[in-house]
Ligand binder design. Structure first.
Ligand code: ZN
Length: 435
């Protein structure tokens, strides 16, 4: 079956100057680009993308899908449905499931569940240490062979520098990036928000920026020494961003991502004690927010990732101190990126596609993704940059509702999502017209 995505504004790293190109898809792959004058082949289904952006499928490097073990919060199928609705064609789940994804069997299970759902690609992230308890290294080679694209102990970061050093040596030999949730818990433990003026005013225990920065610097030094590729998750502080900037200048193999909530909100949002403003790392103060925007502008920050972290409403209904960390994010990321970055002139569309698709593909070595050049896999994100819409959790595809962005108005929306040439989400009329 052939499909032509016609007349859209194609934004692709392989041809940044390209506009007015149509993308011809056959058997799940991009067959060719057709110029404005070229006719669609006979019998070809046509998707009219006039006025819309056509981008290589967005890849969310950092999600929590809760399956296996906490399916009341999210399943792989419901998480993938939310991904498609948010414009993401691929998601990379962290290993903090129950049990932890520290072996090939669980990695394989996650991929199979995703294939069964058929809504998005799932590229699992394996644990660094067994049960993510920080002591014994997990079987990285076996997880990689089963389909894992990176290793991380995310929310339970490896505190022992010696073990982290050995983990990086192993990961380097398997060509796996090590994803680092930078948090020295001896500094942050018991904290529930950013430590600063507002935590003092609110009487909540703070997590200092230093907790992130010390770990970032330690692991950048380890990456320099071992030659491993380290990827800093959800970077949120001036000091960590500055450390990455310097490391990149030095040629150290380091990349990093930022979440939409960290480039949108500051710790002022915590003032109403809404537990949907509680996440780790926490929302930072204005000066950190400015450093994040600067890091997005100058290219220090490589990617946008949601850290989608579903929690049941009952848990988030607890008082601020006791509620779990994390918010959902798959369905609001594109809207936030347009509101806060694109429409404010902080980044252009090419850079947005770089941060949401081509860089994640490069960082995780996902061959054939992150681009729509002929021969690549036909994962496509179609976005209407001018569509005005209001996010309502009542319509969410996720099983969870824990977001501070319920009721927010956006300009810019994912309007159709294709995975391997198949539509998995659309909220526009697909023209079934045959050419
Ligand atoms: Zn994390």
């Amino acid at each position: 079956m052939k499909l032509l995505i016609a007349n859209g504004h194609l934004i692709d790293p392989a041809a940044p100057e390209n506009t007015g190109m149509s993308v011809l898809i056959e058997d799940g792959r991009v067959e060719a680009w057709l110029g404005p004058g070229e006719k669609a082949p006979e019998g070809c289904e046509v998707f009219d993308a006039s006025g819309l952006l056509v981008a290589p499928g967005f890849i969310d490097m950092h999600v929590h899908l809760r399956e296996p073990g906490q399916e009341h919060k999210e399943t792989i199928a419901s998480g993938c449905a939310a991904a498609g609705a948010g414009g993401w064609t691929s998601v990379c789940p962290m290993p903090n499931t129950t049990p932890v994804n520290d072996n090939a069997a669980i990695t394989r299970y996650m991929i199979e569940q995703a294939e069964r759902a058929g809504l998005a690609n799932v590229f699992p992230i394996g644990a660094i240490t067994k049960s993510s308890d920080g002591s014994e290294l997990a079987e990285m080679g076996e997880m990689k062979a089963a389909g894992a694209v990176a290793v991380s102990d995310d929310g339970r970061p490896v505190s022992n520098a010696g073990i982290m050093r050995r983990a990086m040596q192993y990961a380097r030999d398997f060509d796996l990036p090590v994803i680092d949730h930078c948090e020295d818990k001896s500094l942050s433990s018991g904290g529930v928000m950013h430590e600063g003026r507002i935590s003092l005013l609110l009487g909540l225990k703070g997590m200092p920026a230093l907790a992130e920065e010390i770990d970032a610097v330690r692991d950048i030094l380890l990456a320099k020494e071992t030659g491993a590729h380290i990827h800093l998750a959800h970077i949120s502080t001036c000091g960590a961003i500055e450390a990455v900037r310097r490391a990149k200048n030095e040629g150290i193999n380091v990349t990093c991502e930022v979440t939409p909530h960290h480039f949108t909100l500051s710790d002022k949002a915590v003032e109403g004690y809404d537990t949907n403003t509680k996440m780790s790392p926490p929302l930072r103060s204005e000066e950190h927010l400015e450093a994040i925007i600067e890091g997005i502008k100058d290219g220090t920050i490589d990617a946008i990732a949601t850290d989608h972290a579903p929690h049941h409403a009952d848990e988030k209904a607890l008082e601020y101190d006791r509620a779990p960390f994390g918010i959902t994010g798959l369905e609001t990321a594109v809207g936030l990126a347009f509101n806060e970055l694109v429409h404010r002139g902080i980044i252009g569309l090419e850079r947005l596609v770089e941060m949401c698709s081509s860089n994640p593909a490069k960082i995780f070595r996902l061959d054939g993704r992150g681009t729509l050049k002929p021969g690549s896999i036909a994962d496509v994100s179609i976005i209407d940059p001018e569509r005005k819409w209001t996010y309502s959790t009542a319509d969410s595809r996720s099983k969870s509702r824990n977001t501070p962005f319920d009721g927010w108005e956006f300009t810019g929306k994912a309007v159709a999502t294709f995975v391997a040439g198949k539509v998995v989400f659309s909220d526009i009329q697909i023209s079934a017209a045959k050419s």
